[in-house]
Design a protein around this ligand. Structure first.
Ligand SMILES: [Zn+2]
Length: 338
């Protein structure tokens, strides 16, 4: 079968690799309906994370179950399933608190930029749809697996509520999904920080009420000006750089919350400025499994259209072009047709 292997910086290839097999009785094997490239895949692709051995890429997935191990009880062959990028048992204490991304048995999904994938801990990781979805819903269902689930978590962690004023730092796919999530949670004011026209337009379509193109101190000043010098109730940090994190902290009103989901690279905190900012912070890898049933339901009822975030599409064999387009910011997010 075809699968995606990263060999080193900017060296990603689609190759013929062995089909995955059931290894543990808790595994499932699924045929992918579509796959995609994640913003976080760009960290090793750009060499920001060292690649010490060829990596089988891909952790966002949905598709049809082909085979399950003898211990799997909640999904069966023929069902359409979506899973989280974090593998979880959904039974340990952390899972039961809703933090499946810190599961005692957590591992990270890999090998999903392929035609067939193995999903460990299938019972705790996969959610089946009530019926086979129509073809046009596949991109949106794929989005729930990570990018929407992560944007949703950012909004949830930032405690977005009906009537909230929200600022979203980052106009990548996750930031745009954060806008969608804040809208669904009832925020009345959603300020998207973006400098790119096409992304600004999509943010507005997803519910942004204001756009701030400035960054750094100027960006903070604009947010303050838009909020009567108070700051936002909830700030979603969806980038992971020191600049974006500082921007998030300084845009939040005292007593407000920051949901941070950009994987930090070079982020540092000054204790005193954090102390006097009086802002709360919750972030980390999104516990997508907690949100999956609700998000799948919203997609199946066509109440949201997160799949629109895929603005570039290539067949799996051209995966290298898919990475390149995202790396050069020609694409917000690449869908891979398998
Ligand atoms: Zn667990």
């Amino acid at each position: 079968m075809l699968g995606t292997v990263l060999y080193g910086p900017r060296d990603v290839r689609c190759e013929d690799i062995p089909e995955p097999q059931i290894v543990e009785p808790t595994d499932a094997i699924i045929r992918l309906s579509a796959s995609c490239v994640c913003g976080s895949d760009l960290w090793p692709y750009r060499g920001a994370n060292e690649v010490t051995a060829p990596m089988h890429m891909g952790h966002e997935y949905c598709g049809v179950v082909l085979e399950v191990g003898s211990a799997v009880t909640t999904v069966k062959p023929g069902q359409f399933v979506v899973g989280s990028f974090c593998i979880s048992d959904n039974t340990c204490p952390h899972c039961r608190f809703g933090f499946q991304s810190s599961c005692e048995q957590r591992t990270f999904m890999s090998g999903a930029q392929a035609s067939i994938a193995r999903v460990p801990l299938a019972d705790g990781t996969l959610v089946a749809t009530p019926e086979m979805p129509s073809e046009d819903l596949i991109p949106s269902l794929l989005a729930t697996s990570d990018v929407l689930g992560t944007g949703w978590y950012a909004a949830d962690a930032a405690r977005v509520q009906p009537g909230s004023t929200v600022a979203v730092v980052g106009d990548g796919a996750v930031g745009l999904m954060g806008v969608l999530a804040a809208k669904q949670m009832g925020a009345t004011r959603i300020i998207a920080m973006s400098r790119h026209k096409q992304r600004q337009e999509l943010a507005e379509e997803y519910g942004a009420t204001d756009i701030v193109a400035e960054r750094g101190d100027e960006g903070v000043a604009r947010i303050k000006a838009l909020t009567k010098n108070i700051g936002a109730d909830s700030v979603l940090e969806c980038v992971g750089t020191n600049e974006s994190m500082q921007q998030a902290i300084h845009c939040t009103r005292p007593g407000g919350m920051i949901g941070y989901v950009g994987v930090p690279h070079g982020v540092t905190f000054d204790g005193q400025s954090l102390f006097f900012s009086q802002t709360g912070m919750l972030g980390g890898p999104a516990p997508v499994r907690r949100f999956l049933p609700h998000l799948i339901n919203l997609v199946m009822r066509r109440q949201i259209n997160p799949g629109k975030v895929f603005d570039f599409e290539v067949p799996l064999k051209d995966v290298a072009e898919g990475y390149k387009a995202m790396d050069e910011r020609r694409a917000i997010k690449t869908l891979l047709r398998v």
